[in-house]
Design a protein. Sequence first.
Length: 537
Amino acid sequence: MKKWSVVVILGCAQFVMVLDGTVMNVSISTVVKDLNTTVSAMQAAITFYTLTMASMMLFGAKLGDVWGRRRAFLIGSCVYGLGSLMTALSRNIQVLFLGWSIIEGLGAVLVIPAIAALLADNYSGKDRITAFAIIGAVSGAAVAAGPLIGGFITTYSSWRLVFAGEVVIMAVVAILARRVNDAAVPQKVRIDVLSVLLSAAGLVLVVFGMLQSKTWGWVLPQSSPEIGGVPIAPLGVSLTAWFIAAGAVLLFLFARRQESLVEQGRAPLVHVGMFSIRRLRSGLSVLGAQYTVTAGLFFMVPVYLQMTLGLDALETGIRIFPLSVALILFSIVGTRLSRRWSPRRIVWVGQLVLVLSGFLLLSSVTTDLRSGLFAAGMFLTGSALGLLASQLGNVNMSSVSDKETSEVGGLQGVFQNLGSSLGTALIGSILIGALSSSFASGVATSGLSPETISIVQEKTQGGVSIVPAASVDEIAASAGLSSADADKLAGIYRDSQLDSLRVAFVGLIAISLLSLVFARGLPVEVAGRPRSKAVAT
């Protein structure tokens, strides 16, 4: 047992990191009501939680090199615990945003790269493969437990207790951190502040632009912010496009800055030359796509189950449970398969299953939920994610030498959290944007009186918010509509929610198909066998 004590300690931290997001997702409707906020505000909080990690992960990984990985892990655990405490005590969305999206995120940028690097430090060979598989299974367990723990506690007590529990777990992790061996010698390097600013600003601009696309529009401006009553849309183009373009330019300058630092003999924030390693480039790309799909799904499904069908947090967790069980099970299956199949073959199978699961989930979206199809779709989704999780961590870490594991751990954190940010921002914006256009179209062709249509258009000119479908008739009646018109409007809104969910599912299927291309560079060798004896893929 002593041999695996490091995995237990690091696994507890990993469990909390994954648990955090799943709890917040299944508790969306309750948190919205408790803090008197909106689904869009929660979308922003969820997005910026992962975006904070993505934008600062390379900086966190570099701090791990400078301070020592164990010290960075300890400090990050303490910061994360502080953020969890603020979240548990929050009384409005602003405090929750600060505690959860910012402070917890900053703690995680120290913890996540350290977990990967410390695993690589403490284990080698087959033990390392097993250790990464265990961490993948722990993540799966958190995905499994998160919806149920969060759903149960939110339904019968308060979501705040989950975050209070995280404070206790991280305190225990911090106390036991001294048992983790840190073989790496702290490096005396100067961190380039300009690199940190360029990478953080570039990622924030890209993701924030996507997040705001539901309001601003992608290219043609829809509802631009104003200064002195004048809409801001340079050259008649939406700010979304400008933000994404500006972010891309900053990321390009970041890459050039790293090359310049290497030429000067200084330490870069990340060696961009590592992206020339095909298997690493491919592994990180598939990892990012995987987390994009996962985050998009975990935002969409609770919205559908809670806002359209009216289920509570516990019922939502139960519906998600098949995904969680399958993720754990197929993380183990994937590890066993790696003795016979190459990582590329296993990942391709997982990606094809992910596409199939997307079609099943798409077919299940109705006003009364096709439970059998939905459960099968969630189980297959978990199976696919489990197969991917069993391979990608070890593929990425084994692509480089031991001294570069911390840097790759940081890159993994960037791609995981950037994927999660993009998934929540992109899929969430597609969902909300499609809801607005579908609702507007439905109202215009509904046969409602011109007066009623005019009232509805006036109330929704700034966009349509996601609210419980069952409450729309009350909202409409309070706006002065007759009971007949209110009932009809509620039906239009429910249908619009379903239409927007279908559009968002198609987006997830497209991302899953695209990730098949990314997997082409994964290893074709079976672990532990000479290349000539590898099973063909």
